[in-house]
Write a protein that binds this ligand. Structure first.
Ligand SMILES: [Zn+2]
Length: 378
């Protein structure tokens, strides 16, 4: 430990001698501006080089000023006309070492939220129709205050069997059976409209599942899957919702569930990375993340209460099928088909029925909680 102070002194000297000079030459960049007009709000996105320090304020009631104290921008790339009823446009300016963006609003005192996201690094400014200080106004709140339409998505199907167990149980059959039972359980409630993305053993591309859900104007999307792992000892159930931050095991599950993209048409799945789609994804996942997480938690709680299987918890991962749906969404992995114990349970009708009941309970308690929070009572 004695040598530590010396190292600090050395670093300090290096910083003093080299740091400021190179920092002055290498100011971080605000690369460009993009925007997306959504029902009820406008999203302005600033692509930045990496996590940049920033501040924001209102110089007047119809302006938002975002300031990066140590950054460079090209005004041409950071200026845009929007004129969508909420935001007139944005203008980039370089004043000394500070980069400024002025967002001009079309109405005074509109509410705004500002936050940064990673991969790619960017700063997001959401301007919503609600007045500052007023309640509500986000896309979720405007989307509709009732939970009425439920979309159940049985994973895989047709030429895509999903995971296959050692005793031959196929994921596609388990997911379809649980989905049908879930629909029956939800139909009993009498207040919900319930749709299945597929009702038979049929191949269905992921994008068709999400576009079906969006067409039906679903209020909730639940995708049902069964997991597989190289290690046969791994067992249990887990529920995912969409998020950027993922751990490696979650990434592996997402890779497996997304692999069906290879079976889909010749279209390159990489094309989903286009600018517009990146923005749409941002919208969906930030808007619906809280609701999706709540639903995921309820699902895990209800499954845990009913089953002795291992509770693997709520996780986040970039599932393609969840990315594309315009509503709160979760993906439930009901067990590991690669584990003999789980496979035996998943093969049993009574287990699937209990599973469906637990999922139905979760959806109904989510609806109660959500509608109570939004001021609806039965
Ligand atoms: Zn699956």
């Amino acid at each position: 430990m004695k040598s530590l102070p010396k190292i600090f002194i050395l670093f300090f000297l290096l910083f003093v001698l080299i740091g400021p000079a190179s920092a002055a030459e290498k100011l971080q960049r605000v690369k460009r501006i993009r925007f997306y007009s959504h029902r009820g709000f406008t999203r302005v996105v600033l692509d930045v080089q990496r996590d940049l320090r920033y501040s924001s304020r209102r110089p007047s009631s119809d302006q938002i000023l975002v300031e990066f104290p140590q950054a460079k921008l090209d005004p041409a790339k950071c200026t845009v006309n929007i004129n969508d009823g909420l935001v007139k446009g944005a203008k980039g300016e370089q004043i000394g070492k500070s980069a400024k963006i002025i967002i001009q609003l079309q109405q005074p005192n509109l509410k705004y939220a500002i936050f940064s996201l990673r991969r790619p690094p960017r700063l997001v400014i959401d301007v919503s129709r609600a007045r500052a200080g007023a309640k509500g106004g986000t896309a979720v709140e405007e989307k509709g205050l009732k939970i009425k339409t439920i979309i159940i998505d049985p994973g895989h199907g047709g030429k895509d069997p999903g995971a296959v167990g050692r005793r031959g149980l196929k994921e596609k059959d388990v997911t379809l059976d649980i989905a049908r039972r879930l629909k029956r359980n939800l139909d009993r409630d009498g207040r919900l409209k319930v749709y299945l993305t597929r009702t038979r053993d049929q191949f269905l591309p992921l994008r068709k599942r999400s576009s079906f859900a969006n067409q039906k104007k679903g209020d909730l999307f639940i995708s049902i899957h069964a997991n597989a792992a190289y290690s046969r000892r791994i067992s249990g159930f887990e529920t995912f919702y969409l998020c950027e931050a993922v751990d490696d095991t979650a990434r592996a599950v997402a890779a497996r569930e997304n692999s069906v993209l290879r079976l889909e048409s010749s279209k390159n799945p990489q094309s989903m990375g286009s600018d517009l789609e990146v923005i749409l994804w941002e919208l969906k996942y930030t808007e619906f993340r809280t609701q999706s997480r709540e639903l995921a938690q309820l699902v895990q709680k209800n499954l845990d209460r009913r089953f002795k299987m291992r509770n693997r918890g709520v996780k986040t991962a970039p599932f393609y099928v969840l990315r594309k749906v315009d509503m709160p969404s979760v993906l439930v992995e009901v067990g590991f088909i690669s584990n003999l114990g789980d496979e035996a349970m998943l093969a049993s009708k009574s287990h699937r029925e209990k599973m469906a009941q637990a999922l139905a309970e979760s959806i109904i308690s989510y609806r109660r909680k959500y509608e109570r929070e939004k001021g609806f009572t039965r």
